[in-house]
Design a protein around this ligand. Structure first.
Ligand SMILES: O=C([O-])CC(=O)C(=O)O
Ligand SMILES: [Mg+2]
Length: 229
């Protein structure tokens, strides 16, 4: 029996909490840099508030303008999960709002990422729950389905698999495969530590700027003209 397009997988292969925690506090930009600047959800999908995002993907493929499967996902997801909703980028109707987000918060889920729209934005902006979406509209959702839960989905140009680690901050979201997680976390931590050293050197006035000297520019073919245009 198979019913592609209207089915629910109840189980997710999640990485351990210890592995997820390796990413806590690491900037999304540093993580993206050590993944060769790939694996970022695109800039259309923005944070609704300042709450940082960290958790594992619990995916939903929703019919455009419809949140029946999203509702079901709230019931099935576990603390620490991030519900990732693929609405194919459509922002004509919102697919969630304050009532649903209060349930997500109450269940201890880690957040939601929606390639679609939300409503009740004034309330969502004040919630201590990471919420990312592609748009805002008062126009509400339908609740008919079909859709799928816990299959690979598309979100902001990224394939997100159930169990993938999501890290988000004010810059946006990066998606990490659990199979690479420990190496990526170690590299991102080293990158973040190096940036903090740079901040200190800026304060101390000791930052090496030789790559931007006149000599370096001249060497690469740039004409430096000591006159007005
Ligand atoms: O009506 C809906 O399903 C979405 C919504 O506004 C809410 O959850 O508050
Ligand atoms: Mg509402």
């Amino acid at each position: 029996m198979s019913n592609a397009g209207f089915r629910i997988y109840t189980k997710v292969n999640r990485p351990s909490k210890e592995v997820v925690e390796l990413f806590r506090g690491l900037p999304a930009a540093n993580i993206a840099d050590v993944m060769n600047r790939f694996f970022c959800v695109d800039a259309r999908i923005k944070p609704l508030n300042d709450t940082p995002l960290l958790g594992t993907a619990f995916t939903v493929r929703a019919r455009i303008g419809d949140n029946r499967m999203f509702h079901k996902a709230i019931d099935l997801a576990q603390p620490g999960d991030v519900i990732v909703v693929d609405v194919q980028g459509d922002i004509t109707n919102s697919v969630t709002g304050e009532i649903m987000m209060r349930q997500v918060l109450k269940k201890g889920l880690a957040g939601v990422v929606i390639d679609g729209a939300v409503r009740d934005a004034d309330a969502l902006k004040k919630m201590d729950l990471a919420i990312y979406a592609a748009g805002i509209t008062p126009k509400g959702p339908y609740k008919d389905g079909p859709g799928e839960i816990n299959v690979p989905v598309s979100c902001g140009g990224m394939v997100v698999n159930p169990g993938d680690i999501l890290v988000g901050d004010g810059d946006g979201i990066v998606v990490i495969s659990p199979r690479d997680a420990e190496v990526i976390a170690a590299k991102a931590k080293a990158k973040s530590d190096a940036e903090h050293k740079t901040f200190k050197a800026i304060e101390a006035g000791t930052l090496d700027r030789s790559a931007y000297s006149d000599e370096a520019f001249t060497k690469s073919g740039c004409e430096i003209i000591d006159d007005c245009y």
